[in-house]
Design a protein around this ligand. Sequence first.
Ligand code: ZN
Length: 218
Amino acid sequence: MKNEKAVVVFSGGQDSTTCLFWAMKEFKEVEAVTFDYNQRHRTEILCAKDIASELGIKHHVLDMSLLNQLAPNALTRSDIEVKDGEEGELPSTFVPGRNLLFLSFAGVLASQVNAKHIVTGVCETDFSGYPDCRDVFIKSLNVTLNLSMDQDFVIHTPLMWLNKAQTWKLADELDAFEFVRNRTLTCYNGIIADGCGICPACKLRKKGLDEYLEGVVS
Ligand code: ZN
């Protein structure tokens, strides 16, 4: 039934895997969509495939190589260094319009598979300056998608106001803490679970994990 069906934008990382577990609890039927934009690490697509198959989730992998053609960046090109943005500038991993494109395609897919709900792990709390992770953007896009397809989609963002420690807490509440910790890929160097430990994504993930394990999470 349409009202009980969701499409989850899924990368195989900590955030979207937590969202996948959240959606499985919230909705009767869940499908996942992963965008292949020639990620620097093919492991990311394989990791997403593995997780979806283990959880028995129907998984769509859509070709978005167009994105790399439009906007070469540190996530897709090994000759561009991954680094945090200096004061007032965006990090080198920023791809203009990425969430706009991903969520629009997720909307088209949701309309095809007759799902009312779209779930994404975007988050304003740790948004590193990515404008299309902000709540106001998601709300605006929700209206646009509905008008463009004459639908009544609801975009869900369970992580929008959580910090990384609270995201670990949510995974734990969903009985998915060990799964998320051991099976997901967040690391820019393509290492599953706790990762390389030195890239910006690993540092952020580890900081949240340590805070959660030390019990300093609200
Ligand atoms: Zn790393």
